[in-house]
Design a protein around this ligand. Structure first.
Ligand code: ADP
Ligand code: MG
Length: 218
């Protein structure tokens, strides 16, 4: 499903070039999860941004379902991001002026019509334990509930790959565990492959038997 070979990333800065990824190689099957564990600055976010085509590698290759997303044109990459990849960030990034259900349906407004989408949105929110909160505004939700809604939104297009960058980074341990349990449930149910960046080893071990561990740079 996901094949990453010898991925490197170097940022040019006024102080000189900084190599952030030094050759990451990784394979992930359908429905498999991998946790990327390392301290701040080790390149976790950079790796996830590249896997989601939000940034380009300096060298190396990425294939998702056999396709190199960097070989696609801009429209193809936008379609790839919308239909094949889900993102969850540390901040839930819910739009405050939309209800919980409307937020989860936002990805459906981009790209081709998806007649099953609204039904999937409701089902995902139910699985996220938010069935009774569909018409609430995000401000009325707890931090953990907001993040579970963000997970539902990331899954609404039925992605192959779910990229989670510190999804529990601003949560206490009880709501963090609930988010982790939701991700684990969705991985098993939908067979979505999961790449989870975290510095929380407890969450990492809950979600994956495989851990890409670094104490320096990836
Ligand atoms: P992590 O997510 O593990 O904390 P990051 O991938 O965010 O690590 O950052 C890794 C390193 O790359 C840091 O030293 C950071 O300053 C640097 N970096 C990240 N993005 C950029 C950028 N756009 N330009 C220059 N340096 C960057
Ligand atoms: Mg980061």
């Amino acid at each position: 499903m996901l094949e990453v070979r010898e991925l490197t990333k170097t940022f040019e800065s006024p102080g000189g070039a900084v190599q952030v990824l030094r050759g990451v190689t990784l394979e992930l099957g359908d429905g498999e999860g991998v946790a990327v564990v390392g301290p701040g600055g080790s390149g976790k976010s950079t790796l996830l941004q590249i896997l989601g085509t939000l940034d380009r590698p300096t060298s190396g290759t990425v294939k998702v379902g056999g396709v190199d997303p960097f070989a696609l044109d801009d429209a193809g990459q936008a379609k790839f991001r919308n239909e094949q990849v889900g993102f969850v960030f540390q901040d839930h990034c819910l739009l405050p002026q939309l209800t919980v259900l409307e937020n989860v349906m936002v990805p459906l407004m981009i790209g081709p019509e998806d007649t099953m989408g609204p039904q999937r949105a409701r089902k995902l929110l139910e699985e996220a334990g938010l069935a009774g909160r569909l018409n609430e505004m995000p401000a009325r939700l707890s931090a953990g509930e907001k993040q579970r809604a963000a997970v539902a939104r990331a899954m609404v297009r039925g992605p192959k790959l779910l990229l989670c960058d510190e999804p529990t980074g601003s949560l206490d341990s009880a709501p963090a565990n609930e988010v982790a349990e939701l991700l684990e449930k969705l991985r098993q149910e939908y067979g979505v492959s999961l790449v989870l960046a975290t510095h929380n080893q407890v969450i990492a071990s809950k979600l994956s038997r495989r851990v890409l561990l670094t104490d320096g740079r990836l």
